[in-house]
Design a protein around this ligand. Structure first.
Ligand code: NDP
Length: 305
């Protein structure tokens, strides 16, 4: 079997076109959706995520601003900044890029964000709304995964879904979304015995653990839908050989950047066993940003109702 690749970039561009249209309608009513992205400290990965979010805002017609703070910023200072953003009428979405520098109390910052501007969907009010199937903001990566399943007409109803990972930003909300779609959901984590056996029972397998190519062929039921959320780096030719069969494009990537991206799923083994598979990069990643744009536009629509 050769898995059909699920093209996240394609689905993201479709979603972005819809968001740009909604954004134009809002601008015609005098409201430009606005996103404030707060970046504390000097984490290069965070900097690049925030930059690409701002770039997508500009492309779709949203206003965005990046607020950079030193790593020494205190929890109280950040809470005060969030309060000023909560009060601004031109800012509809507030994103505080995680991880925050260690001394800052990340939960206190998340709690400080107005739930109606919490476009990441991390505030306890939005987590509660999601659990209770009420309207709120759904975290972007899980919402993106559901959009991908919908686009390819891969229903969750009545299927066995196994989610590897239970984090507040991916595994847990995704398991709730799948449950709300009438899947029978198993959530696995670092204390799950015989992870491979649990994973093999899945019609829909989601890997969100942050472990390079841990999901090998023995984790995958033949024909299963496999969604790879993980983003990891491989840096050596030996790893490229083992995971990508010495793919020259991957080797060129390492030559140029020092690494190539890989998910939690072994790409070659999964491609031979799964029915459907997301690539890394180009799978779930683009959908995460698309959903952030959509949530920010939704926040603006709700604010001017
Ligand atoms: P976390 O580190 O917060 O959570 C990882 C989860 O995986 C935990 O629940 C942990 O279990 C579980 N886990 C870790 N190792 C194992 C193991 N060996 N066996 C079983 N379970 C394990 O990560 P995130 O949820 O934030 O992210 C997961 C991955 O997704 C990362 O690679 C991240 O970079 C990527 N990601 C990608 C995004 C995208 O846009 N594509 C967006 C967000 C994340 P326990 O709870 O017991 O510790």
């Amino acid at each position: 079997m050769v898995a059909q690749m699920l093209d996240g970039a394609l689905v993201a561009s479709k979603l972005n076109a819809e968001t740009a249209e909604r954004c134009r309608a809002l601008i015609a009513r005098g409201v430009r959706p606005g996103l404030a992205a707060v970046l504390a400290g000097d984490n290069p990965a965070s900097r690049s995520y925030v930059a690409s979010k701002a770039k997508t805002c500009a492309r779709l017609g949203l206003h965005s601003e990046i607020i950079e703070l030193p790593a020494e910023t205190t929890t109280a200072e950040l809470v005060a900044l969030v309060a000023t953003l909560n009060a601004r009428a031109d800012i509809h979405g507030i994103l505080v890029q995680m991880p925050l520098p260690a001394p800052i109390d990340a939960q206190a910052i998340i709690r400080a964000i107005d739930p109606e501007k919490d476009v990441d969907g991390f505030h306890p009010v939005n987590v509660g709304r999601l659990a209770l199937k009420q309207d709120g903001f759904v975290p972007c990566t899980p919402a993106g995964v559901m959009a991908l399943l919908d686009h390819y007409d891969l229903p969750a109803r009545g299927r066995r879904a196994v989610v590897l990972g239970r984090s507040a930003i991916v595994g847990l909300p995704l398991s709730l979304l799948l449950l709300h779609r009438d899947a029978t959901v198993t959530v696995c984590h670092s204390r799950t015995p015989d992870l491979a056996a649990a994973a093999r029972s899945a019609d829909i397998l989601i890997a969100a653990i942050g472990r390079t190519a841990l999901v090998t062929e023995d984790f995958i039921q033949p024909g299963a839908v496999v969604i790879d959320v993980g983003i990891n780096r491989v840096t050596t030719g030996e790893e490229v050989e083992a995971c990508f069969g010495g793919d020259p494009a991957r080797l060129a990537d390492i030559e140029k950047k020092g690494y190539t991206l890989i998910g939690d799923v072994h790409p070659r083994q999964a491609a031979e066993r799964a029915g459907y598979l997301t690539p890394v990069p180009g799978g779930v990643g683009p959908l995460t940003i698309a959903m952030l744009m959509r949530n920010t536009t939704l926040a603006a629509e709700r604010a001017c109702r």
